[in-house]
Every structure is written in C-alpha cells, then in structure tokens.
Design a binder for this molecule. Structure first.
Ligand code: ADP
Ligand code: ADP
Length: 228
C-alpha cells in the first residue's frame, strides 16, 4: 500500500529532516508514528501525500511511484489519500455540508452523488444535525469530525493524520480515535503521527518511532516509549 525506499529529505536551508528511511505499510494497517519534536514525523507524512518531495529515494502509494507520476495522474493519487491535520483546516466561510461536499466537487463527482455521499459520511461522524453550521460554531472535536468526513468522502485507500488529537481534550480525543478505528475497520489504511501516549499505549497498533530523521523502532502492537 505504502512503501518508502531509502528516502532522504534535505530542506533548502540544509536541514536534514529524513536520512535514509525505508518502510512498508500493508493494506488495512493502522500505524502510529511517534518520536520527539523535530524528529521528522511531519516530513515523513508530507512526503506520503506529496506535499514535499524527497531529495533522494522512492515512495510508492497505492501502486504509484510518486516520483515518476505523470502530471495527469496526480489528482487520481491525491483523491486516494485523505489527510487530517491537528488544526482541522476547514474552509471558514463554508458550512459543514459544503466543506465536505467541496472535496467531491473538486473531483467533479455528479451533484446527486455528492449530496448522498456527503450526508452519508456526516452521519458516520455523527454530525447530521450540524450540516448548516459554520466551523466557528462548532467545538474542536466537531470540527475534527468534519475534517475526518472530508478526508474519507472520496473513499481513499489511505488516511494520513498528523496529530489529529493534538488540540483536543482527552475525552474528545478518545471519540476521534473510535472513529479512526471504525474507518480502519471499514478497510482504510491509516498512518497517524501522534504525541498521545495514553492513546498509543491503550489502543495498541503498529508503532514506528522516528528520531533525528531515521526509523529507530518498528513494532507490531508497540508502545509509545517516551515520557511524553
Ligand atoms: P516533527 O514533525 O517530528 O516535529 P518535522 O518533520 O516537522 O519534525 O521536522 C524535522 C526537521 O526538519 C526539524 O529540524 C525541522 O526544523 C526541519 N524542517 C521542517 N520543515 C522545514 C522546512 N520547510 N524548512 C527547513 N527545515 C524544516
Ligand atoms: P464521545 O465523546 O464520542 O461520547 P467518549 O469520549 O465518551 O466518546 O469515548 C469514546 C470511546 O473511547 C468510548 O468507547 C470510551 O469507552 C473510550 N474511552 C474513553 N476514555 C477512555 C480511556 N481513558 N481509556 C480507554 N478508552 C476510553
């Protein structure tokens, strides 16, 4: 599903963010990415959704080599990867419904299908009673649920989540994790960077630890492994 082969990333200012990362993630896995601040977790995630390009090495997502991708295939790959951020990144002037529907409009889905599918995913994240609200009228947990609905609306093969519970209180974070597990259970591969020790040590999954740009630990049902 995802494969990195000897991936290096050096930013233009000379910072070596990743130094020879090789990893494979199979279809339907749930993987936590942990490690200290500045270790390279976000860079690792950004390379997978093609927000950044590697300095060296190759990255395959869903059978496509991201470095040899024909221009016209880029939208196809993008729609197969849903991305969730710590700060939600909803469009502030659009309603909940419009924020989610927009992701389908971008790929030019038919209007009728957009309406049906948007309501379906908003039901899955239990926000059907808030479809006309604006993001500012929602709690942090509700905003993140909208972001999750937007990420899954096009049925991506993979979800990349960069600290999705980072701005949320513990109770709300457990609710978000329950949703992530449900999405994974329905067949979506999930790669999630997190600093949430309690979650990693309770909802046991594969753990990849990154330190100073390299993978230092890769364990099935691993633990968080840091004090915080
Ligand atoms: P993490 O997500 O684990 O905190 P990052 O991937 O954000 O780590 O950062 C890894 C290293 O790369 C850090 O030293 C960080 O300062 C640096 N870095 C991240 N983004 C950039 C950038 N756009 N330009 C230069 N250096 C960057
Ligand atoms: P919601 O906000 O959606 O009602 P909750 O925050 O009550 O959800 O919890 C979501 C799920 O996470 C529930 O199944 C609950 O049992 C579980 N949960 C909540 N707190 C913890 C915890 N400290 N450890 C393990 N599981 C928890």
């Amino acid at each position: 599903m995802i494969e990195m082969q000897d991936v290096w990333k050096t930013y233009p200012d000379g910072t070596h963010a990743l130094k020879g990362v090789s990893v494979k993630v199979d279809r339907n896995e749930f993987v936590y990415v942990v490690g200290p601040s500045g270790a390279g977790k976000s860079t690792f995630m950004k390379l997978m959704y093609r927000e950044e390009r590697p300095t060296k090495g190759s990255i395959f997502v869903n059978g496509f080599n991201l470095e040899k991708l024909k221009q016209r295939k880029i939208p196809y790959v993008r729609r197969n990867i849903g991305v969730i951020f710590q700060d939600y990144r909803l469009l502030p002037k659009l309603t909940v419904f419009e924020n989610v529907a927009f992701a389908m409009e971008v790929i030019e889905a038919p209007k009728k299908i957009i309406k049906k599918r948007t309501l379906e995913v908003l039901e899955l994240v239990r926000l059907k009673d808030k479809i006309h609200s604006l993001p500012t009228q929602l709690s942090g947990g509700e905003q993140q649920r909208v972001a999750i609905a937007r990420a899954i609306v096009n049925n991506p093969a993979v979800i990349i989540a960069d600290e999705p519970t980072g701005n949320l209180d513990p109770d709300t974070s457990w609710g978000i994790m329950k949703l992530m597990e449900e999405i994974n259970f329905r067949g979506t591969t999930i790669v999630m960077a997190t600093h949430n020790k309690e979650i990693v040590n309770t909802i046991r999954k594969r753990v990849l630890a990154i330190e100073q740009g390299t993978i230092v630990r890769d364990e099935a049902r691993g633990d968080y492994g840091y004090e915080n």
